[in-house]
Write a protein that binds this ligand. Structure first.
Ligand SMILES: [Zn+2]
Length: 478
């Protein structure tokens, strides 16, 4: 089966090109430039070299006259690599409850929003093995996902057996291990444990991902606030000051320098943390960081909404003041922030977030977001914060490179998986729980008007979403 996407503007991490894209089976077979003959000749030469192209007329001339079983007109639209969300939590156990998107509903919502790969977290419980944990998460996901998926491993129990197992995990395709400097008694690891895992990462070529907040100090501030009757959701933010994210980020960077391993700071939200990352990167250290749309668009004011509504915005690290968001946009431009992912971890407002009425420390931490990351970052292109190629780079290409998926994913080039999104940059949409596809009863962006929307999502050569309608099936993702 072949498919030809005609008339669109192909956007990659390095630029834009007026080109048609030929898909054969599950792979991109050719990218055929329209326009000046010199450019086209270059592309024809490049595509003629691919074996997939030999099955069709692609790559034989300067203009695209390839025939295909299906032709999709992408005139006036962008043709981009499918989004890769490197940070999601489907069906995640937290505080006696579970995040409400299953792998089925969460990946369907992802497809609606132009994300064709998620990397979720397998969560090691204390006293259990890493490989057993990985099996368990495969059981949850296998046969249920609408798009492709991978796993990071959360290491919450550092011991000799766990450290040894890290190597076997790498053999099983997990190259990234997440640790926590927050949540004492749950996920928290001491500096010594972190150092041991980092040394093992250095030996084996793995990456350590870090939740960098000083949880020991934060827990004291939380206890003080609750004891003093300051129990509204906004105190979730006020008891996790940006300085304690900056401090933990610096400490993680120092530990990684001593151990000599690559470090990836997850969900960076504070200017202080960004400064530490930028300094380390300027010094040549292998340190990377991601941020999330909520830190770019929402603030502490949302956490302070009255009548407990602020609970909808409880996540960790917390939402910050607007000056931090401005610093994060700058970080995206300078590449001190390399990736945008969502930390999608949805809990319903009713019954789940409400567990924390009267005590903010009992509000499940997490927000829905997997569906609208591509839209919200495209909105950053509309408002002039980032460029089109940078949108694609931070949302697809770099996460693919960072976690071992490149060049199979994250790029539009012959030989890559045909994970492609046709994006309409002109259509207006209003974000709302009434229209979103995530299995959660509120939208963090309710009523927000943005420009741009997914027209078609293609996962390995198959249309899974077209004009807002789901055409895929659970279990198609691998
Ligand atoms: Zn997370």
């Amino acid at each position: 089966m072949s498919m030809l996407i005609t008339g669109g503007t192909v956007v990659t991490a390095t630029g834009t090109l007026e080109a048609d894209v030929l898909i054969v089976g599950e792979k991109i077979a050719a990218v055929l430039a329209r326009g000046p003959a010199t450019d086209a000749a270059t592309y024809a030469a490049a595509t003629a070299a691919t074996d997939a192209a030999s099955s069709g007329p692609a790559g034989t001339g300067p203009t695209s006259n390839a025939s295909a079983d299906t032709v999709i007109d992408a005139s006036g639209r962008y043709v981009i690599p499918g989004g890769i969300d490197a940070h999601t939590h489907m069906e995640m156990p937290f505080g006696g409850t579970f995040s409400v998107d299953t792998f089925e509903t969460g990946t369907r919502a992802a497809a609606h929003g132009g994300t064709t790969t998620i990397i979720d977290f397998a969560v090691q419980a204390k006293g259990t093995s890493l490989l057993g944990t990985l099996d368990k998460w495969h059981e949850k996901a296998d046969g249920n996902c609408a798009v492709d998926y991978g796993f990071h491993m959360i290491v919450s129990d550092v011991n000799d057996a766990t450290l040894k197992e890290m190597e076997a995990c790498i053999g099983a395709g997990v190259t990234s291990f997440k640790m926590f400097m927050a949540y004492p008694g749950v996920f928290y690891a001491t500096d010594g444990e972190i150092l041991l895992a980092m040394q093992q990462a250095q030996r084996t070529g793995a990456t350590i991902m870090m939740h960098a907040e000083n949880g020991i100090a934060i827990d004291q501030l939380v206890a003080q606030a609750v004891a003093a009757g300051r129990t509204d959701p906004v105190y979730h933010g006020l008891t996790r000051p940006p300085e304690l994210e900056g401090e933990a980020t610096s400490r993680a960077i120092t530990l990684a320098r001593v151990a000599g391993c690559p470090l990836y700071i997850v969900h960076l939200s504070a200017a202080q943390a960004l400064e530490a990352v930028a300094e380390a990167r300027d010094a040549g250290q292998n340190v990377f960081a991601e941020t999330c749309p909520q830190y770019l668009y929402l603030t502490l004011d949302d956490l302070a909404r009255p009548d407990f509504e602020g609970a909808k915005f409880v996540c960790s690290p917390p939402l910050r003041t607007a000056d931090h968001a401005a610093a994060l946009w700058r970080g995206l431009r300078t590449n001190d922030l390399a990736v945008v992912s969502t930390d999608h971890c949805p809990f319903c407002f009713k019954e789940q977030k409400e567990l924390g009425r009267g005590d903010f420390s009992k509000i499940p931490n997490g927000m829905p977001g997997v569906e609208h990351r591509m839209d919200l970052l495209h909105q950053g292109v509309v408002s002039g914060e980032i460029t089109l190629p940078r949108w694609v780079e931070t949302c697809a290409t770099t996460p693919a490179r960072m976690f071992g998926l490149y060049p199979r994913k994250g790029v539009i080039a012959p030989g890559a998986d045909a994970d492609i999104v046709i994006y309409d940059p002109a259509v207006r949409q209003t974000l709302s729980a009434a229209t979103h596809h995530m299995n959660v009863d509120y939208s963090a962006y309710e009523g927000m008007e943005i420009t741009g929307k997914v027209a078609v999502t293609i996962s390995r050569g198959r249309v899974v979403v077209a004009d807002g309608e789901f055409k895929g099936s659970p279990g198609r993702g691998s």
